[in-house]
Ligand binder design. Structure first.
Ligand code: BES
Ligand code: ZN
Ligand code: ZN
Length: 489
């Protein structure tokens, strides 16, 4: 679907040509494009500002049905994200117009001062991700996505960057798969069904898949996972996805929170805060999709995904505040609040992963706390780790992919807040402040001396409102971030 093309717009017939335009300078090398841009800029209603758009039909300069000019803002402010978003907007604009085929003009990387590969990659990502809607439950599809997206580059660049489109497609397909899972209604992704859906795709992609059901979890002593699941009619599952490379030295474990619906349990969530909780499995979706994409990208390291899947419901069988659980690690936890369920299931999954896989690095991704959204808002994830190099690597991948991350502190003295009078630790802080931090500190009790990072994606995992390259619903946040990171570890 993504294709690099070198065209002659005076000779080749084009359906829809999109041209990005900066406010202050010409960013294209091609003379014909330059002439067209001049004409567009002469219009009163178009100045090249971000989000501005103007269309010429059958302009004399080129053999195109239409040329869409899209504002990219001032040159000093452009970065890869400006072009990722521009490409996403271009695709959306064409979907709205009912078109099915577009050609995006890639600006001259030298003129805008960006790396050519990074620029093309970003534009491909924006276009691919923008070309998606979650519409399975609509009786009629209102918006038909594009069939073909071309990128106009110089002839030598078609060959030079020929491998880029497959890479971008693999990463973006993963992101879209994560969006599919996150946007799906909770009733249609209870742990058993969700595990099967993951397994089907993972096996087709060549991963090794193991699913543990309740019986095995009881035998193995996953009491925290079972405790969170016991209020629901649906049994929990623990899913393992393995990507292995012969001779690879490093093993990375990725653990993802998979609460398919978080009602809060007996500490039932109050009005307004339960509605979106089908998204509480976004960490597991990001991890599963990352592994499936990895099998296509084939980096040289072993990666294991561990996904605790569970539904957190209130019932006569549900765990109660005050109950004490013996976790997989042997540590006991007093349940201060049944709504702090994510850290319980992660405690078991992390302890098992550390014991059995002995990973070089373990990263967990979770929609863990509302406090994290209070701290960083809905677009930025929090990174907790004691390892400076790992933190730096994650933040760098966040910048490259624009899946933004911010490092948070893990102060030792805050551990006091998790003290329990009766068990080794409480899942609930005694302070109402700093909830994202105390949640991370709770997890740290189960990692032993493994290099570990926790990424709280409670804010960016879901978007009620669409944006340039993300329609409303699950965002797939974390997939491109983890893929970029794993390639560099
Ligand atoms: N799933 C929620 C966290 C969440 C909140 C995710 C908003 C996405 C958006 C988590 O299980 C939860 O309920 N956390 C509680 C913890 C508290 C009871 C200690 C919270 O953040 O309020
Ligand atoms: Zn909860
Ligand atoms: Zn939760």
């Amino acid at each position: 679907m993504l294709e690099l093309k070198a065209v002659n717009p005076k000779k080749d017939t084009l359906k829809t040509l999109v041209i990005p335009v900066c406010e202050d300078v010409d960013i294209h090398d091609n003379r014909t494009v330059g002439q067209l841009v001049k004409k567009a800029m002469a219009l009163k209603e178009f100045n090249g500002k971000i989000e501005e758009e103007v269309v010429f039909h059958h302009p004399v300069e080129v053999l195109a049905d239409r040329v869409i000019f899209m504002g990219a803002g001032p040159k000093a402010a452009v970065d890869t994200e400006v072009f990722r978003a521009l490409a996403g907007r271009a695709v959306n604009s064409c979907i709205t117009r009912g078109l099915d085929d577009i050609l995006l003009t890639v600006p001259s990387s030298a003129r805008i001062g960006l790396d050519a590969a990074e620029l093309i990659e970003a534009m491909m990502e924006g276009a691919f991700l923008g070309n998606y809607r979650f519409e399975h439950y609509k009786s009629e599809r209102k918006q038909i996505t594009l069939k073909q997206i071309g990128f106009w580059v110089k002839l030598q660049d078609v060959r030079r960057f020929s491998r880029l489109s497959a890479r971008v497609a693999a990463a973006c397909q993963g992101t879209l798969q994560a969006r599919e899972w996150v946007s799906a209604p909770a009733a249609d992704k209870r742990p058993d069904a969700y595990a099967e859906s993951i397994a089907t795709l993972a096996r087709a992609g060549g991963l090794n898949v193991v699913i543990w059901d309740e019986k095995i979890l009881v035998e193995k002593g996953f009491e925290a996972l079972l405790a969170v699941g016991q209020g629901s009619q649906a049994e929990p599952r623990l899913v393992f996805l393995e990507y292995r490379v012969k001779g690879a030295e490093k093993t990375v474990c990725l653990v993802g929170k998979g609460v398919t619906f978080d009602s809060g349990g007996l500490n039932l969530k109050i009005g307004g805060s339960m509605e979106g909780m089908k998204m509480d499995m976004a960490g597991s979706a990001a991890v599963a999709a990352t592994l499936i994409s990895m099998a296509k990208l084939k980096p040289n390291l072993n990666v294991v995904g561990v996904l605790p899947l569970v539904e957190n419901m209130p019932s006569g069988k549900a765990i109660r505040p005050g109950d004490i659980i013996r976790t997989y690690s042997g540590k006991t936890v007093e349940v201060g609040n049944t709504d702090a369920e994510g850290r319980l299931i992660l405690a078991d999954a992390i302890a098992y992963a550390v014991e059995v896989y002995k990973p070089h690095i373990l990263i967990d991704m979770a929609t863990l706390t509302g406090a994290c959204v209070v701290a960083l808002g809905e677009k930025i994830a929090a990174v907790f780790t004691k390892e400076d190099a790992l933190a730096e690597a994650i933040l760098t991948s966040g910048k490259r992919t624009f899946e933004r991350c911010w490092r948070m502190p893990m102060p030792e003295d805050y551990k006091e807040l998790l003290r329990s009078d009766f068990a080794d630790i409480s899942n609930m802080s005694s302070s109402k402040w700093g909830g994202a931090i105390t949640a991370a500190l709770f997890l740290s009790a189960f990692v032993k001396d493994t290099q570990w990072a926790h990424i709280d994606i409670a804010g960016p995992a879901y978007a009620k409102k669409g944006s340039a390259y993300c329609s409303p619903g699950g965002t797939g946040f974390g997939v491109r971030l983890l893929l970029d990171l794993l390639e560099k570890l």
